[in-house]
Design a protein around this ligand. Sequence first.
Ligand SMILES: Nc1ncnc2c1ncn2[C@@H]1O[C@H](COP(=O)(O)OP(=O)(O)OP(=O)(O)O)[C@@H](O)[C@H]1O
Ligand SMILES: [Mg+2]
Length: 292
Amino acid sequence: MSGDWAVELHGIRKRYGRGRTAVHALRGVDLTLRHGSYTAVMGPSGSGKSTFLQCAAGLDRPTAGTVRLGGTEITGMKENKLTALRRTRIGFVFQAFNLLPSLTVEQNVVLPMRLAGHRPDRRRAAEVLHQVGLADKARRRPGQLSGGQQQRVAIARALVTRPDVVFADEPTGALDTTTATEILTLLRGAVDTHGATVVMVTHDPAAAAWADRVLFLSDGEIVDHLDREGAAGHGLDRDRAAGHGLDRDRSAGHGLDREAAAGHGPDRAHADRIAARMTSLAAPRAHTKAAA
Ligand SMILES: Nc1ncnc2c1ncn2[C@@H]1O[C@H](COP(=O)(O)OP(=O)(O)OP(=O)(O)O)[C@@H](O)[C@H]1O
Ligand SMILES: [Mg+2]
């Protein structure tokens, strides 16, 4: 039955360093995420959010515990096999965008295809660049773009292969409200239209409010969660979109218009509840910050 879950974490611990200076970044995280779900992860700085995301995405190896992606256990997987799985089925948006400065925007976007040994699909690259509002920047280099534009290139790169799971670390951290809304709409669309599973770290309650569920991390543990009212917990609600009488053709490729029209934007009250829950979280214990 494990194939039922897009992501499964069991007893995940992550320790950096040893002895008295050891940092226990994750202290036993258990979590299962459905296919087509949208999860936000919040918590104070240093609470382990990035570590959690990197362990879940197979970019970092936990000290203990198991990770399964789409039913496949990746914990003991050989590096080359894990890399292949990551390149084909996972999209990752890093907290620092990790674009290659010597490549053009388009080359950065098609990189996951090239790394996976596929021919770069330039039409698909143009499509995702259009979706993130950078259709005219394909030939620029990252250094010639603003921070927000670079962040959008990173998101285009994460979506280009239509991955099963997208892990995003602060994808809207560097963006103005309008662009952030476009990005959140895009991620919501990847879930609702394409059935992708999205896990997104954010500090912003308004961003987290787009997710079906918000998880709260404190000091390396999931201490709380908050569900969006009416969220089924498994995104795919095509019926709802169809009920709005939307043009199906325009909905291809997770178009922004359709998603906005489908009413997936968060409501203020939910964002306020998330913000209230965040402020009630304890600050990380002093010793977890020792190696910072
Ligand atoms: N490579 C590393 N070596 C040692 N300690 C680390 C390393 N990476 C992270 N840590 C420590 O692990 C803890 C969790 O870090 P992590 O980056 O996961 O936090 P975070 O919740 O993402 O914080 P932020 O909101 O500031 O990005 C912190 O105490 C951090 O200092
Ligand atoms: Mg972080």
